[in-house]
Ligand binder design. Structure first.
Ligand code: SF4
Length: 270
């Protein structure tokens, strides 16, 4: 075990549940390096829902709440309201985050509450056996769309930023260094920040959507089907390719726990 893993991994939680070649392990690695460089271990609390990606923080020897399907964000909001001093990072998947928990996601973004949500998008429900998710591309074959997905997927950027998020970055699990920088910026951002990681799932998405279970080929596919966003450009899907990078930052928007604090102080003065 390397030095950082030795320091941060809870050995009693091992072995990892991730399949070999799963992108979620890379994200865990980037996150460990992020919190180590930021020196925020004692100030940090991680919250997750249900699904493969929600296991990511469970292996860390930090404060972690592993909650229920789709409800990581309301747990995190409650924690933030009671402990505004904490840096809170939510780990979710595209099914957990935009499907079961979609309503919580848009309202937390609307409030601009100071949370960082890391969503590991694998375009499918991995842990439950490969059902279509709200991010599954149209036409994709899954366990619940054997003739091809007949629904349009969410454009997660437009969904989250449209709802009021004030920071949005997207990378793939094949960009661990860039991801680390994005995680730092998101955690430092005061307000609702969202980092989407396109994370390969060789077991379920690989088998049904990518026609390969080779993680390397899946990472190559992500790289070929994305492009680097240029600062100042509108972040949109071009020729079927998704933009990568820091796609949106808005400072100076009132943050929810600050508003609550002002209301409390005003009430105490009366
Ligand atoms: Fe990763 Fe997919 Fe395996 Fe889940 S099912 S651990 S997302 S490879």
């Amino acid at each position: 075990m390397n030095k950082l893993a030795e320091q941060y991994i809870r050995k009693e939680a091992l072995p990892l549940i991730f399949c070999p070649g799963c992108g979620d392990g890379t994200v865990l690695n980037s996150f460990i390096r992020t919190i180590d460089e930021m020196g925020i271990r004692e100030d940090l609390a991680c919250v997750s829902g249900i699904g493969c990606s929600s296991w990511t923080p469970v292996y860390l020897d930090v404060d972690v709440l592993h909650t229920i399907h789709g409800r990581a964000i309301p747990f995190a909001e409650g924690l933030k309201v009671s402990r505004p001093d904490k840096k809170i990072v939510v780990f979710t998947g595209d099914g957990d985050g935009t499907g079961i928990g979609g309503n919580h996601l848009i309202h937390a973004a609307r409030r601009n509450i100071d949370l960082t949500v890391v969503m590991l998008t694998n375009n499918i429900y991995g842990m439950t056996g490969g059902q279509k998710a709200p991010t599954t591309p149209m036409g994709a074959i899954t366990k619940t769309s054997p003739r091809g997905n007949d629904e349009r997927p969410f454009d997660v950027y437009n969904l989250v930023v449209g709802a009021g998020a004030t920071f949005f970055a997207r990378w793939t699990a094949g960009h661990p260094v860039q991801l680390e920088k994005a995680l730092k910026d998101a955690i430092n951002h005061k307000g609702f920040s969202f980092v989407e990681v396109l994370s390969q799932c060789p077991t379920q998405a690989g088998r049904s959507m990518f026609n390969t279970k080779d993680p390397y080929k899946m990472i190559q596919w992500y790289k070929e089907n994305t492009y680097m966003h240029k600062k100042g450009d509108v972040a949109k899907i071009k020729d079927g390719k998704m933009p990568l990078g820091t796609l949106y930052v808005e400072d100076d928007v009132v943050e929810y726990t600050d508003t609550l604090q002002s209301i409390k102080e005003e009430a105490q003065c009366k």
